[in-house]
Design a protein around this ligand. Structure first.
Ligand SMILES: Cc1ncc(COP(=O)(O)O)c(C=O)c1O
Length: 211
């Protein structure tokens, strides 16, 4: 068996979910999922794609219309201007697959990645599977579950390769401010680090806008 797998823990939240799914009609508060079903137009498009036989191998980076739609979303909604072509976009089978590919790409054995504590368990596993070491920095309740950036910088060593952020954050709901992001960017530039940004919950906001 692969030695790395031996050290990967089974996610506590997934154990809870597996147990909940054995119950009749449980009140589910365990996963970061919206409370509505997949919208009708998406279901219909998926069903139509099957009927139209879009079931064969496609381009490995994803089909062109999807990558075009992602580029449009990133440029127009997120106002990220530096992603200037489809060659910068790769479609994955969800967020965790994206993080898996990312860490397999940027990490070598023993490289350190700064991550928020607590964090979605699977994210840490993606780093460990790539041979990375987790350097956990606590999100502070007194800072509305944000980082103390001085503490983040104090954890940087010669092995630090990347800083993972997740905003809005699962499970705390903490949100990084524009000043937090600017401070992090300065730290990353100074120490030549990647920032890996997991924004899976960018649309789950109640009283403010995603930055
Ligand atoms: C922080 C975080 N990122 C990403 C995801 C989504 O991962 P996936 O698309 O693989 O389900 C989740 C799911 O719970 C998550 O909690």
């Amino acid at each position: 068996m692969n030695n790395q797998l031996r050290d990967i823990i089974f996610s506590g939240i997934v154990s809870v979910r597996d147990r909940l799914l054995q119950l009749d009609n449980p009140l589910r508060l365990e996963s970061g999922e919206p409370s509505f079903d997949t919208p009708q137009h998406i279901k219909e498009a998926m069903a139509k794609a099957l009927v139209d036989n879009h079931t064969h191998y496609a381009a490995s980076a994803g089909i062109k219309p999807l990558r075009e739609a992602i580029l449009k979303k990133i440029t127009e909604k997120n106002k990220i201007g530096y992603i200037d072509g489809l060659d910068k976009i790769v479609v994955t089978n969800g967020g965790m697959h994206a993080l898996y590919c990312t860490f397999q790409t940027i990490l070598n054995e023993g490289d350190e990645v700064i991550i928020p504590q607590p964090n979605w368990t699977a994210t840490g596993s993606m780093i460990e599977l790539a041979g990375g070491i987790l350097v956990k920095v606590k999100l502070k309740p007194e800072l509305a579950y944000r980082w103390d950036m001085n503490e983040v910088e104090s954890k940087i060593t010669t092995k630090t390769t990347a800083i993972l952020i997740n905003t809005p954050h699962n499970p705390t709901g903490g949100v990084m401010t524009r000043d937090d992001l600017k401070a992090l960017l300065e730290i990353a530039e100074k120490h030549n680090l990647y920032i890996i940004s997991d924004e899976a919950y960018e649309d789950i906001f109640y009283d403010q806008k995603h930055i």
